[in-house]
Design a protein around this ligand. Structure first.
Ligand code: SF4
Length: 434
């Protein structure tokens, strides 16, 4: 009889991918994934420290599992992810129902830790092991869809004043390009047509043999059957000349780039320790647009960072107008324990709330305008799933917008030429022309 594991995942795409890899790690132990906590023999809460009040929310979630654990004392509960990394000992102290804690650096050790948990040892593994963690990634068991994520880099050396990643994921580490290529070839053989190369600071990628992200992208572009390449998330300072050039000359590199800026004010950027100015950011955008004029940019913004004035905030709005982002994520500042900014005085809630609303309206304005500019254009759409209505299928355009199309004989994995006919709140629709 196989055992069942339920992973509840929060946060970024890397966490979602980590959740899949955790299940893969446990398959040789006889585990299969389940979508229901009630059916599980092992529940893993895959936490995210980027979430507001992440630690309290983790304790709250654990409290909700108490009844299940009382009903079934054999049930094992683990906490993984960035909150586990940061608060492992505290979780064990406050929550006797937790059987194991493991940080993102040590997922390859999960089977061993589950064994220890079954013996009642309550292991905590939040070390940063010296060995190459990428070598320990298990083979993917689940059938991939047409678009897959591939981890190529982890950690960050930038130490932005608001961010926990350098503390929870450690220094930048890059996976060997030859191993990335082998995984991509395997995925393509299994039907994948698009890969997104993932890393917390992915454009700082440089493997042990000195291969850069641009060189890796050029190499992957030669894989037969692979149609599209994307990468995320990047820092403006790591957009080197070759990577910018790759946007112009690698056809398979898609014309969409997520390039976080966080603020449009030099004063705030300095307080955030972003290590770039507004002018630096705009210069990188201009160079990328020169290389690939139809690039659509997305970004991240924080509203109400400690010390942000009305003038600083106005400069952020001006920067959004100057770039014309096609999409963006925006958050109200909230302190992450252990980060330098957490020591600073926060703005009144009402001020930060109001700025977030203004920010989101500004972002939405540009998103709608960019989407509307697609109407009448021919784009390529990689079909990923069935749509909401009968006969409808949806996929992603080159610019990463969801696009719905209808028609007979459309299959998941088809790469279709589509003329965009309408723009909706967060998606497009179109008609197939080839
Ligand atoms: S570059 Fe990104 S991951 Fe690194 S510290 Fe700054 S916000 Fe965090």
């Amino acid at each position: 009889m196989s055992k069942k594991v339920f992973v509840k995942s929060y946060g970024c795409q890397m966490n979602v991918l980590d959740a899949e890899r955790m299940v893969d790690t446990l398959v040789p132990k006889g585990y299969v994934a389940t979508g229901r906590a009630e059916d599980a023999d092992l529940i893993l809460l895959n936490t995210c420290h980027i979430r507001e009040k992440a630690t309290e929310k983790t304790f709250h979630e654990l409290g909700r599992l108490r009844a299940l654990k009382q009903e079934r004392p054999d049930l094992k509960i683990g906490v993984t992810g960035c909150v586990a990394q940061a608060e492992g000992a505290e979780i064990m102290r406050r929550m006797p129902l937790v059987d194991l804690v493991v940080g993102p650096q040590s997922y390859f050790r999960l089977p061993e830790l589950v064994d220890q948990a079954e013996l009642g040892l309550r292991p905590v593994d939040t070390e940063f092991p010296a060995e190459d963690k990428f070598d320990r990634l298990p083979k993917r068991h689940a059938a991939p869809g047409p678009a897959a994520f591939v981890t190529i880099q982890e950690g960050c050396d930038k130490f932005c004043a608001f961010c926990v990643v350098p503390y929870t994921r450690g220094n930048e580490v890059s996976r060997l390009a030859s191993k990335v290529r082998a995984e991509v070839e395997d995925l393509v053989e299994r039907g994948v047509r698009e890969v997104t190369l993932l890393g917390q600071n992915v454009n700082a990628y440089r493997d042990g043999a000195g291969v850069t992200l641009a060189a890796l992208i050029r190499d992957l572009a030669r894989v037969d059957g692979l149609k599209r390449i994307r990468y995320t998330t990047s820092h403006p300072n790591d957009m080197d000349d070759d990577l910018i050039a790759a946007h112009g000359d690698v056809e398979k590199l898609m014309p969409q780039l997520h390039l976080p800026v966080q603020s449009g004010s030099d004063r705030v950027l300095k307080a955030m320790n972003r290590k770039h100015t507004r002018a630096d950011y705009l210069a990188v955008i201009a160079r990328l647009r020169a290389a690939r004029p139809d690039l659509v940019f997305s970004s991240d913004f924080i509203a109400g960072f400690p010390g942000e004035t009305d003038r600083d905030f106005a400069q952020t709005l001006e920067l959004i107008d100057a770039v014309g982002f096609g999409a963006a994520f925006s958050f109200k500042y909230s302190a992450r324990p252990g980060t330098p900014a957490a020591e600073r005085e926060v703005l009144p809630d009402a001020v930060a709330d109001e700025r977030l609303q203004v920010l989101q309206a500004k972002i939405a304005h540009h998103q709608y305008a960019t989407q509307a500019s697609m109407i009448g254009r021919e784009v390529n759409v990689l079909i990923e799933r069935t749509g909401r209505s009968a006969g409808q299928m949806t996929g992603k355009s080159d610019h990463l917008y969801p696009v719905a199309v209808s028609g007979p004989d459309i299959a998941i994995g088809d790469l279709l030429k589509v003329r965009i006919t309408a723009s909706h709140a967060n998606s497009l629709s179109g008609e197939i022309i080839g």
